[in-house]
Design a binder for this molecule. Structure first.
Ligand code: SF4
Length: 247
């Protein structure tokens, strides 16, 4: 297996990504500010991200106090292990607020701005992916709960852009492309994050804490324990072992 992304690599990438993170901020600023009722329904799931966006969020995490960071790392690990069996809110959500708001991902910013038709298209792809995931687990004799597999974040029509501002699907797609292109600066790591970690920051964080193969093995054991035996001992023990990877 090729060298996976380690904490040392992440620290190096964060250190060398100052310019790209600044550029990312400029691209994000093309998305008009929105008004909404802040019901945080859109935060029911952790959105996929590019490696650059993941680095920006991790950079923000590095500024937290150690205790706060460990708690958040545990929440992210919980999300990674339990999302096949529970609808787990985004780990960055706390009391209806986003802990990394100024570093939140494109997926968060674009939610509610897509047209209903395009959002339906995105939801269809997500449903398709879930069907595949369900089959994969099913091959190992684990039947994931229907309520979780059928769950998807509903389209929100409460998000409105400010006066005299406009955005459409094509503009959002262009912005998304620009973010992806910027993230390609990280070469093999960007590619690895997409292909091996499925653009999932929670998978990356769990791998940094427990190791790549071990986090996959742990997820299988934890999900199997919860689904087949209704027990969470392994999950609790594993979360207690989470440590501050950035100290
Ligand atoms: S990163 Fe923040 S805005 Fe995005 S889903 Fe999570 S809590 Fe919500």
């Amino acid at each position: 297996m090729s060298v996976m992304i380690s904490t040392i690599i992440i620290k190096e990438l964060v250190k060398s990504s100052e310019h790209q993170i600044k550029e990312l901020g400029k691209i994000y600023s093309l998305i008009p500010a929105t008004r909404c009722k802040r019901r945080a329904e859109c935060c029911s799931l952790l959105p996929d991200a590019t490696l650059l966006e993941a680095l920006s969020a991790l950079k923000c995490l590095m500024t937290f106090t150690v205790n706060r960071r460990i708690k958040l790392l545990q929440k992210i690990a919980y999300y990674f292990f339990m999302n096949p069996v529970e609808v787990v809110s985004c780990p960055f959500l706390e009391d209806n607020d986003c802990l990394i708001y100024s570093h939140r991902f494109f997926g968060c910013r674009a939610y509610g701005l897509w047209s209903g038709k395009y959002y339906e298209n995105l939801s269809g792809k997500s449903r398709h992916a879930k069907t595949f995931i369900r089959k994969q687990w099913g091959r190992s004799g684990i039947s994931l709960p229907t309520a979780v597999m059928d769950f998807h974040v509903p389209y929100c029509s409460n998000v409105k852009v400010g006066k005299n501002k406009f955005i459409d699907d094509q503009m959002l797609l262009n912005i998304s492309d620009r973010i992806e292109t910027l993230s390609q600066h990280f070469g093999q790591w960007d590619q690895m994050f997409r292909q091996m970690y499925f653009s999932d920051l929670s998978f990356l964080v769990a791998s940094l804490i427990y190791g790549f193969p071990e986090s996959v093995r742990l997820k299988f054991t934890i999900v199997s324990d919860v689904v087949k035996r209704g027990i969470r001992e392994k999950l609790d023990k594993t979360l207690l072992e989470a440590y501050d990877i950035f100290s």
